[in-house]
Ligand binder design. Structure first.
Ligand code: NAD
Ligand code: TYD
Length: 341
């Protein structure tokens, strides 16, 4: 059995990756290490929790007592665990430094003493390049992160590389664009807007709505990571982009159309501080390995809308019964949706 450690495997992308990996690789045993923060949910893994090829461990990556033995037993580490929401990083950046930077350091230290380890995938993000007004970021471009989330991810990205350059830890860095698909926590724009639309609630669109994100289906992301595990070269960086650049206002209108609700639900609100205008990735390096996204954005978005429509059991309790989420929503949006800055 190939022993694979997936950190953050109870989150959005991590849980999709665990499910994908167990299906694609009958010879893999996957251990999920996850702290189960506000967005880590065992429900995301409900269909694999009983698998004899999957083990779940609740713990903090920054706690070496728990995380180091798991890294040291692994053939492959895929490191997804992170604090991930830009807006939360603007309210309170401490957890981002703890998990994204220090937690990554703890895993890398353990990886120095991991006899079987042949790959350590550092899951980074296109946001480390900062805002790109024109063109598309290449792996060799300068990193210019502009908010605490992207800065903490950039720190982890380069820290991981430093452990390759210094200690030959077999690190490969991936930088993906914005993901969408099932099990994404309803604080991020696509699930927030779908679920608000389903409930006839306003869709709070930041600023002029012309910020651009490049949307990548989470399944295409999982396949890319798998291919990079097979063919990627240690010490290298690979961009993973969906090639679907969409201004937020267009995305919002598409969601409303798919849900069947009027555009009067769009509520222009005060902009995010330091809001990155545009991300775009050059994916030639990954394509040269043989990857192409298979999901067409229009179809993938429609399927995602249907998933949220069909699964209110998953998001309803978060939005309506979780006091922490309600407090967050109030703090983030109450003044904005009331028309105040
Ligand atoms: P998510 O917020 O849905 O999930 C993060 C998971 O990490 C959760 O299960 C959480 O419980 C866990 N976690 C947080 N702190 C932890 C800690 N200290 N120890 C152990 N587990 C901890 O995030 P996501 O959207 O699935 O993103 C996963 C990774 O992909 C992140 O590294 C993120 O930076 C990166 N990424 C995300 C996107 C995107 O669009 N979502 C795009 C590019 C890269
Ligand atoms: P988000 O899903 O938070 O991802 P990221 O900031 O990491 O790209 O936001 C995606 C885009 O949607 C971003 O330009 C900010 C915008 N947005 C809104 O307009 N309203 C919202 O309520 C949220 C959460 C995001």
């Amino acid at each position: 059995m190939v022993k694979v450690l997936v950190t953050g495997g109870a989150g959005f992308i991590g849980s999709n990756f665990v499910r994908y990996a167990l299906g694609a690789h009958p010879d893999w045993h996957v251990t999920t290490l996850d702290k189960l923060t506000y967005c880590g949910r065992l429900e995301n893994l409900r269909d694999v929790m009983d698998s004899p090829r999957h083990t779940f461990v609740k713990g903090d990556i920054a706690d070496a007592v728990v995380s180091a033995p798991l890294v040291q037993a692994a053939d492959i580490v895929v490191h997804f665990a992170a604090e991930t929401h830009v807006d939360r990083s603007l309210q309170s950046a401490g957890e981002f430094i703890h998990t994204d930077v220090f937690g990554t350091f703890v895993l890398l230290e353990a990886a120095r003493q991991a006899p079987r380890l042949r790959r350590f995938i550092q899951v980074s993000t296109d946001e480390v390049y900062g805002s790109v007004p024109t063109g598309a970021s290449r792996e060799t471009d300068e990193l210019r992160p502009r908010n605490p989330y992207s800065a903490s991810k950039a720190g982890a990205d380069r820290l991981a590389y430093s452990y390759f350059a210094t200690y030959q830890v077999p690190v490969v860095v991936t930088r993906a664009s914005n993901n969408y698909g099932p099990y994404q926590f309803p604080e991020k724009v696509i699930p927030l807007f779908i679920t608000n639309a389903l409930e006839d609630q306003p869709l709070p669109l930041y600023g002029d709505g012309l910020n651009v994100r490049d949307w990548l289906h989470v399944d295409d992301h999982c396949r890319a990571v798998d291919l990079i595990l097979e063919k990627g070269v240690a010490g290298e960086v690979y961009n993973i982009g969906g090639g679907n650049e969409v201004p937020n206002v267009d995305l919002t209108k598409r969601i409303l159309d798919l849900v069947g609700k009027p555009e009067t639900l769009i509520r222009p609100v005060a902009d995010r501080l330091g809001h990155d205008r545009r991300y775009a990735l050059d994916t030639a390096k990954l394509r040269a390995l043989g990857w192409d996204p298979v999901h067409v954005f229009a179809d993938g978005l429609a399927a995602t809308v249907e998933w949220y429509r069909a699964n209110p059991w998953w998001w309803g309790p978060i939005k309506h019964q979780d006091p922490a989420f309600q407090a967050y929503y109030q703090q983030q949006y109450a003044a904005r949706t009331a028309g105040q800055p």
